[in-house]
Design a protein around this ligand. Structure first.
Ligand SMILES: Nc1ncnc2c1ncn2[C@@H]1O[C@@H]2COP(=O)(O)O[C@H]2[C@H]1O
Length: 140
């Protein structure tokens, strides 16, 4: 299995509850290595740009407001089949549907305040990593 990279966000509901370390430990325990990490306050423009694919969805406005409601931690994760590995440990988007032992089942408050974001494909991982990081910030 190839070692690949994915992009992760620890969302404002999780940073607000001081869960950055707890969430990161679950990612690491799942076999992912943090090769870049920074805590940022996203601007409205960044949030709208990052989630542009959802701009016609009814929840877009609330999603943007939520993502700028507090700090987030953006991370690049590396591991075997990183996109799938990360999606497995995150669990379903809606915590009500997430499996036991996943990050969202353990910590998410709602489908919006669902603690983490993770890329859904290798192609989107590259786009999302490039949105927040320069190549020289990734230290494997
Ligand atoms: N009804 C909804 N369906 C899907 N995603 C939603 C909905 N409402 C809010 N969201 C959020 O929109 C986000 C888009 O991608 P994320 O993986 O960050 O996680 C998603 C959810 O947190």
């Amino acid at each position: 299995m190839a070692v690949t990279r994915t992009f992760s966000i620890i969302k404002p509901d999780a940073t607000r509850r001081n869960l950055t370390g707890a969430v990161t430990k679950m990612l690491e325990d799942a076999g992912l290595r943090v090769v870049a990490s920074k805590r940022i306050q996203m601007t409205r423009e960044q949030a709208e740009g990052f989630y542009a694919v959802h701009k016609e969805r009814p929840f877009f406005g609330e999603l943007v407001e939520f993502m700028i409601s507090g700090p987030v931690v953006v991370q690049v994760l590396e591991g075997e089949d990183a996109v799938k590995r990360n999606r497995d440990v995150m669990g379903a988007t809606n915590p009500a549907d997430a499996d036991e032992g996943t990050i969202r089942k353990t910590y998410a408050e709602s489908i919006e305040a669902n603690s983490v974001h993770g890329s859904d494909s290798d192609e989107n991982a590259k786009i999302e990593i490039d949105f927040f990081f320069n190549e020289d910030e990734l230290v494997g």
